[in-house]
Design a protein around this ligand. Structure first.
Ligand SMILES: Nc1ncnc2c1ncn2[C@@H]1O[C@H](COP(=O)(O)OP(=O)(O)OP(=O)(O)O)[C@@H](O)[C@H]1O
Length: 246
């Protein structure tokens, strides 16, 4: 029954100018699960996320989240239902401190000036301290976000997403441009987040996907090619063919 799935995309298709970017896609996520989505360029990974968040409306099929049909909702409504998304490029407020970026996110506002006049409550202070610990930026709390490394900005943005406490986090290529050490720290961070949130992460970096230790869905030409452990899918001749472009 669809209500047993946290997220249930069923027979979803979307066509752009006659090109079928998503083709009869069926993809399901259990409550509490973290899933890695991989696939060659153009496989439809970003479009799939756009459909879940309401940015792109499918031509047909259903997208259910906790049993609720999402395709009739707009992006803000879907975000309020508990789906948060982190895009590939960090979009933190560089001229504000790490702390104030998290405070803004907690308050759910994109209007920094107004926020600066409001006194922080003890509850907000506690939540920010918790988020800083989780994303490993406690010692950098008072630094301007613009002074952080690329990896630290990504973690800050993940913290800003967590501040809104979404039930499901969609994370798009979080480790692109990170050092190897930052990549492994990001895997640890996502595994920690997965103790309390469901996660879908799209990523090309297979060392990172291996470090996540979760099931992998391989997308190809807008549909699921195969699913399973990384070892199983990477030994699948169809996956090898797709990646080698044969
Ligand atoms: N708005 C759009 N208009 C036309 N074509 C689009 C649009 N969005 C995506 N496409 C096409 O749909 C296909 C799937 O694109 P998508 O970005 O979802 O793939 P992807 O798996 O995320 O690829 P990558 O790994 O390169 O990010 C591509 O061929 C792309 O060119």
């Amino acid at each position: 029954m669809s209500e047993d799935w946290l997220l249930d995309l069923s027979h979803v298709s979307v066509t752009f100018d006659g090109f079928r970017a998503i083709n009869d896609l069926t993809l399901r996520l259990r409550p509490g699960e973290m899933r890695a989505i991989v696939g060659p360029n153009g496989a439809g990974k970003t479009t799939m996320m756009d459909i879940v968040t309401g940015k792109t409306r499918p031509d047909c099929g259903s997208v259910r989240f906790r049993g609720q049909e999402l395709t009739r909702f707009d992006e803000p409504t879907i975000a309020r239902l508990g789906i948060g998304r982190k895009f590939q490029k960090p979009t933190v407020f560089e001229a504000l401190s790490v702390h104030d970026n998290l405070l803004l996110a907690l308050r759910g506002t994109r209007s920094p000036l107004r926020m600066l006049f409001l006194r922080e409550t003890p509850d907000e202070g506690e939540r920010i301290a918790g988020l800083l610990g989780r994303i490993g930026l406690t010692a950098r709390e008072r630094l301007l976000a613009g002074a952080l490394s690329h990896g630290q900005k990504q973690w800050l943005e993940i913290g800003m997403l967590l501040a809104q406490d979404p039930r499901l986090l969609l994370v798009d290529e979080p480790v692109a441009g990170m050092t190897d050490a930052e990549t492994m720290q990001t895997a640890d961070l996502l595994r920690d987040i997965n103790t309390s949130h469901s996660v879908i992460v799209v990523e090309h970096d297979m060392d990172f996907v291996r470090a996540l230790g979760v099931d992998v869905t391989v997308l190809h030409e807008g549909s699921v090619l195969t699913e399973g452990t990384l070892d199983r899918v990477s030994a699948d001749p169809r996956v090898i063919d797709v990646y080698l472009g044969r």
